[in-house]
Ligand binder design. Structure first.
Ligand code: FE2
Length: 119
């Protein structure tokens, strides 16, 4: 292999590795940077809200994938796990409502408004 070919191959490998790194960074979750190294009185509420976001996103992901697959067993498993994620939402939400009384009050207010609007 001549030097030009080596250089081209080396650049292709760099691009491939760069692409792989970006894909992995997009796939894997990280704790939001604004939650790291914080030590204030609201941190647990912020963690719980972020956890709820992650669970809700997981529900969307699993349900979307269940709609794509043609494998009935995989569809069944994805929908079962999506259902479990809904339980996780409930767990985090229950603790958040314990810690955030304003959220508890506003959640009740939201339910009343929906009842008033759609009965
Ligand atoms: Fe979960």
């Amino acid at each position: 292999m001549n030097n030009d070919a080596k250089e081209i191959r080396s650049q292709i490998n760099r691009l491939k590795n760069f692409g792989r790194k970006n894909v992995i960074q997009e796939i894997l979750s990280t704790i939001p940077t604004n939650l790291q190294n914080k030590n204030d009185k609201n941190i647990d509420k912020q963690i719980l809200r972020s956890a709820i976001l992650a669970e809700l996103d997981a529900i969307n992901l699993y349900e979307q994938m269940s709609e794509i697959t043609k494998n009935e067993n995989l569809k069944k498993i994805l929908l079962d796990i999506a259902k479990e994620e809904k339980t996780h939402v409930g767990e985090f939400e229950a603790l958040l409502l314990e810690l955030d009384k304003e959220q508890q009050q506003e959640t009740e207010e939201g339910k009343k408004e929906v009842d008033d609007l759609i009965g």
